[in-house]
Design a protein around this ligand. Structure first.
Ligand SMILES: Nc1ncnc2c1ncn2[C@@H]1O[C@H](COP(=O)(O)OP(=O)(O)OP(=O)(O)O)[C@@H](O)[C@H]1O
Ligand SMILES: [Mg+2]
Length: 245
């Protein structure tokens, strides 16, 4: 479905992504792991056409969406992105947040948008919060609203960037449970995360980034359990030690 070929992204002289090749098939969950600064967010932002790229191509269903003649705003509708900070509009209710883009960007009428919005909120377990304002919700609930909002266009691909790392530990589980449900329902997902247990259980493919390159990728039982590269082993040792500390 999504295919990244030779992707290069530089900030000034520095290549933050240095020739990334990545393929994501329908219904797959691809988990990006790697140290802070390795390029995970940049890769997701490039895939979502939020960054200009310096070289390479991004194909969606075989079409080159990185072509400068392509309308990024149109292509981006195939993708739903969720960030670490939930970015909900504080002055709008939960339902208002979830229905904003369909109403404003797509001209869906208020009643249809609200009906679909309530349906989405039910799916993320927040039917009773439709009329609440974001500041009355826990972080985990706010992040579930952000996920509902990303699902509003029924995107082909969900891009999740460390969506649990700003949450208190006791709230991480509810958001990961939702992602797992979406994965089991067949959503195609690319997710950057430091949650190795989750990656091991849910990922179809784990890709380890280091210095803007994919050093190693494959099924979780290979990359996370029996990595072949020393860099991957070092990284995994560090994260498991940090988890134990
Ligand atoms: N707008 C920018 N201008 C200049 N440098 C940037 C910009 N955005 C990111 N970078 C640099 O690109 C590199 C990769 O950043 P990126 O955010 O993709 O890493 P990451 O793997 O997502 O890290 P983290 O785990 O901390 O989220 C970093 O060195 C960062 O400083
Ligand atoms: Mg990041």
């Amino acid at each position: 479905m999504l295919s990244v070929r030779g992707l290069v992204k530089a900030y000034g002289e520095r290549r933050v992504l240095d020739g990334i090749d990545l393929d994501i098939a329908e219904h797959q969950v691809v988990v990006l792991i790697g140290a802070s600064g390795s390029g995970k967010s940049t890769l997701l932002r490039c895939a979502d056409l939020l960054e200009e790229i310096d070289d390479g191509q991004i194909f969606l269903d075989g079409r080159d969406i990185s072509d400068p003649r392509v309308d990024g705003d149109v292509e981006r509708q195939a993708m739903g992105m969720v960030f670490q900070s939930f970015n909900l509009f504080p002055h709008m209710t939960v339902l208002g947040n979830v229905t904003l883009a369909p109403r404003v960007v797509h001209g869906v009428n208020r009643r249809d948008a609200a009906e679909r919005g309530r349906d989405l909120l039910a799916r993320v377990g927040l039917s009773d919060k439709a009329d609440a304002y974001p500041d009355k919700l826990s972080g985990g609930q706010q992040q579930r609203v952000a996920i509902a909002r990303a699902l509003a266009y029924d995107p082909r691909l969900l891009l999740l960037d460390e969506i649990t790392s700003a949450l208190d530990p006791e709230l991480v589980g509810e958001v990961l449970a939702l992602v797992r449900e979406l994965a089991e329902a067949g959503r195609t997902i690319v997710m950057a995360t430091h949650e190795m247990g989750f990656a091991r259980q849910v990922a179809s493919t784990v890709a380890f980034l280091d210095g803007g390159r994919i050093i190693e990728s494959g099924p979780p039982e290979q990359v996370l359990v029996a990595p072949t590269h020393e860099r991957t082993r070092q990284f995994l040792r560090r994260v498991t030690d940090a988890g134990r500390a």
